[in-house]
Design a protein around this ligand. Sequence first.
Ligand SMILES: [Mn+2]
Length: 304
Amino acid sequence: MAGHQRPDGDAIGGCLAVYSILRRLKKDVFLCNFDTVPSFLKFLPNSSKLKNIKKTDRKFDVAIILECSELSRLGNIINPKKQSKITVNIDHHANVRKWADINWTDSSSSSVSEMIFYLFRFLELPLTKEEATSLYVGIVTDTHNFTQTNTNSQSHIIASELLRNGVEPPVIEKNVYGTKSLNALRLLGVSLANIKIDSTGKIAYIQITNKNFCKTKTTPEDTEDIINYAGMVPGVLVWLLFRETEKKNFIKVSFRSVKDIDVHKIAGTFGGGGHRNAAGCTVKGTMPEVIDIVLSVVEKELKK
Ligand SMILES: [Mn+2]
């Protein structure tokens, strides 16, 4: 049982809910991820059950993998096809590949947590407060508080059902959105002080160097929502975050855009990808070089 590298609220919430189902069915479950549970999700019940591993050679009866259109997204911790008798792929993304024995995919679902809610229904398992909380966190984070285009009326109906099963929205808000370490707040301050707008006023970007991380004693995990601030500037259509990586002269670029502009395509020209309005890639070069080349491609796209 595993989700993708650098897991988000939906990957963790969904995994913990499936973990709970399997435990209730008296199955022996090995829940793992290439990365650790992000600190804002550690309050979730059972989050400590997730094992942080770089590789396992164990053999399994079934491998259940959440939200991995490509198996490489697992970080190669396991080769499910070789190490398990049956593979199950559960995903809600549009570009999902049907690589497993059983592919349960639904691109009309806001999140994989929403899909797993129906698994509880199907199994006629009444939700515990802990399970409802995990699913709610998955839906809330993937829809960004029911505000993104993947939000649908089903998401609200399911959320209502989850509240009926004990979810406490203020507890979730405080943990997921309302908590930031002092160091992370300082990194945010440095980043916002250096926000830049291009000459057209349509592109805003933030850059974070390894020096910034060092001075504020932070890590890339602390950059989580910083990009969103760049999109708040009126008139901005595409906003980006450039950050140095541990690897010298490799810059990680994150893209966000308004509805009509496809940044998935732009990131694709640099070997990356994602969704239409949220994408990313890694580009070789120094910070100024990468900013130059990426901005020129975005500007060209905006002129079309
Ligand atoms: Mn998701």
